[in-house]
Design a protein. Structure first.
Length: 218
């Protein structure tokens, strides 16, 4: 997390990170054909290489979505409402989307007006209207499409030009955006998208591109 993104996070919180309480959501790391227990552990323990839980929060708890259907709803809803930030890990987007819906968190998210949502990779993609078939490597049921929660009106092509993802090129992003048709951002690891009631702002010390801007909701 570079200095620009960190400053944007503190601005959204309205307080120092050391005074804010966070809940981390590792669920996406278990999903899909490549899910394993190592990724969620690294995320929770602050050893993933993508600083989130280790930023110096006042407290960090774990909210595992697959466990929520077995817990009294009012109990876990109170945990979420008391948090200043939700830290949502990457992994399989459609698996995360499925459990956000099954757990009830998807229904709760629009009412969290004072909570900062911090998504990494799939944790961000899940808020978009759709992710594109290229990112839909696993689906909850045969015949499902690539639709996600649609809490923002744009899609995201993540990990642009990342060495570990040699297929995440700008040329690939252009083809993906043509399929998406709606507004879509291609962003690298030094870029974040800040969404507030005031609109959408790209926070970047790296590279990004907006496709199909005319389709953005005014």
């Amino acid at each position: 997390m570079n200095a620009s993104i960190l400053a944007a996070l503190v601005d959204l919180l309205g307080k120092p990170i050391a005074e804010a309480r966070a809940l981390c959501i590792p669920t996406a790391g278990y999903g899909g054909p490549y899910g394993d227990p190592d990724g969620p552990w690294r995320f929770i323990s602050g050893r993933s290489g993508d600083p989130m839980t280790e930023l110096g929060w006042k407290s960090v708890g774990v909210l595992e979505l697959t466990s929520l259907p077995g817990i009294d709803k009012e109990r876990w809803v109170s945990w979420v409402r008391e948090a200043d930030a939700l830290l949502v890990n990457g992994g399989n987007t459609l698996y995360l989307c499925h459990w956000m819906r099954e757990s009830g968190l998807a229904d709760l998210l629009p009412s969290l007006r004072d909570t900062v949502y911090v998504g990494l990779s799939a944790g961000s993609l899940v808020l978009t209207p759709r992710i594109g078939e290229d990112f839909a490597s696993w689906k909850p049921r045969p015949g499902d499409d690539d639709s996600t929660l649609g809490l923002v009106d744009f899609s995201i092509f993540p990990h642009l030009d990342l060495p570990d993802h040699p297929d995440r090129t700008m040329a690939k992003a252009e083809r993906w955006a043509a399929e998406i048709k709606g507004p879509a951002y291609a962003i690298d690891a030094q870029t974040a998208i800040k969404v507030t009631d005031g609109g959408v702002e790209v926070i970047s010390e790296g590279h990004w591109k907006l496709f199909n801007p005319a389709a953005l909701t005014p």
